[in-house]
Design a protein around this ligand. Structure first.
Ligand code: SAJ
Length: 431
């Protein structure tokens, strides 16, 4: 084993994390929990101040877990120079899409510039942000070269995709990690470091393989969600219950993974990550038809959902225009407070455009965020009267389905929640 790999494998070292969001903060806390030291750096001084006070900005790290880490080797700072004291730097910054759906690597570039300022001999630098194949070679290798360091001589460079699924367990420390270095030796050193943080490291031969593996994981989800969303529309035409169909198919113990229809695909991963691949493919004059078709189907789901809600009103002699509708759940998926890229909001916008009078109930996202989106707030304990229809768009566990169906004349269930809960109500219409 190379001396540097042995160092990461056997010694107590300090890991630096750039970006203390839903990926970086769990990683920094996990390092402290495994007995390593960690320096977490974020450009946001208010985020750093809040963290220093033991206030976690993300659901997957509790305040007490953060406080424990702060007392056991985690330092949080807004001073990038502190990263110069670390042995390894893990870049966990956002990688959004730009206005024309092209990769926006501005955060990764800024982190690379920080690496140039603080990198020193012996360091490992690992990029975790989701991006197109080739990014680590294009941006991180030049950054360490600009610091006068040479890969495999005095610095090691790798890519290791994050696999955090907000709101779902297991957490960072329990999920296998793919690790690919720019060279075999960088892979060995990176694998040695990550083996101290996660139980299961899967080595691959290059950063490009690791970058593409992440995109395949999420493209797989986007395409299969698109497939079941198209099946849902076909099933509705054939007057077949798609939820019953999926449950039946899911009894097959092999060769089938259930995906479920919904009002569309939200969050900051599934709608965006496949676009990194299709963007890179276009550069290679390659058409990624599955990605593009899935995106077409998924981005049309909010309008389709709104039209199905309009049908449900119409069948009861009601127009959308002027009708009070209760939007239930604006988070992008159940049991998270995040409403970024939420399809639920797109459905409500489509209904509001048709003149519906929308109010919103979302006990997880909370009143302030609902109001910031311009909707009147309905408190979790109600009352829910005065609405002609409730549109159940994100089915948080905290939502009282029975009360909703008892107090609102019609519930449009876009998530199959009533069926899953075994609640048969004749005033519930499903997607
Ligand atoms: N959705 C459906 N039908 C489904 C599954 C999901 O409509 O059958 C919708 C959800 O409601 C949500 C969107 O798709 O709006 C994305 O859902 P998601 O479950 O993929 O949740 P994310 O984006 O928070 O997390 C995903 C991770 N999820 C899982 O593996 C279950 C994983 O793909 C990545 O680790 C993560 O994105 C990421 O950070 O890339």
């Amino acid at each position: 084993m190379h001396e540097r790999a042995r160092h990461f494998s056997t010694q107590t070292w300090t890991g630096g994390v750039i970006g203390l969001g839903y990926v970086g903060l769990p990683l920094a806390v996990t390092m402290a929990r495994t007995g390593l030291s960690a320096v977490g750096y974020d450009v946001s001084t208010e985020r750093v101040e809040s963290l220093r006070r033991g206030r976690s900005p993300i659901d997957d790290v509790t305040d007490s877990e953060l406080q424990w880490a702060l007392e056991h080797g985690l330092e949080v700072t807004a001073d990038p120079a502190r990263l110069a004291t670390t042995d390894a730097i893990f870049i966990c910054v956002p990688s959004p899409l730009g206005r024309n759906r092209e990769p926006d690597l501005s955060h990764i570039r800024a982190a690379a510039a920080t690496v140039t300022d603080v990198a020193r001999p012996g360091m490992l630098v690992s990029l975790e942000s989701t991006t197109y194949p080739g990014t680590t070679e294009d941006l991180i290798v030049p950054a360490v070269a600009a610091a006068g360091l040479t890969v495999d001589v005095d610095v090691f460079v790798a890519f290791s995709p994050e696999r955090v699924s907000p709101g779902d367990k297991p957490t960072t420390g329990d999920i296998p990690k793919v690790v690919g270095g720019v060279t075999a030796l960088s892979t060995e050193v990176a694998a040695a470091a990550y083996s101290r943080i996660v139980p299961d490291v899967h080595r691959v031969s290059s950063t490009r393989v690791a970058e593409m593996a992440k995109l395949l994981e999420n493209t797989y989800r986007a395409v299969n969600i698109g497939l079941v969303n198209e099946m849902a529309q076909l099933a509705a035409e054939l007057d077949i219950d798609i939820w019953e169909v999926v449950d039946a198919a899911a009894t097959k113990p092999f060769g089938f993974q259930p995906f479920y229809p919904g009002p569309g695909v939200g969050g900051h991963c599934i709608p965006l990550d496949p676009q990194f691949l299709s963007w890179r493919a276009r550069e290679a004059n390659f058409a990624t038809r599955f990605i593009d078709l899935a995106e077409q189907v998924n981005t049309k789901m909010p309008d389709y959902t709104a039209s199905r809600i309009a049908d449900a009103l119409n069948e009861r002699g009601l127009a959308v225009y002027g009708t009070p509708i209760l939007g239930v759940g604006i988070a992008y998926k159940p049991n998270v407070a995040d409403d970024r890229e939420s399809a639920s909001l797109a459905v409500l916008e489509a209904l509001a455009k048709r003149g519906a009078r929308i109010s919103v109930l979302d006990p997880v996202v909370g009143a302030a965020r609902i109001e910031s989106r311009g909707y009147p707030v309905i408190e979790p304990d109600g009352p829910y009267d005065g609405f002609a229809l409730a549109a159940l768009l994100t089915d948080h566990d905290a939502i009282d389905l029975e009360r909703l169906a008892a107090e609102v004349p019609v519930v449009f269930d876009a998530r199959g929640a009533y069926r899953r809960a075994g609640l048969a109500r004749d005033n519930v219409v499903s997607l």
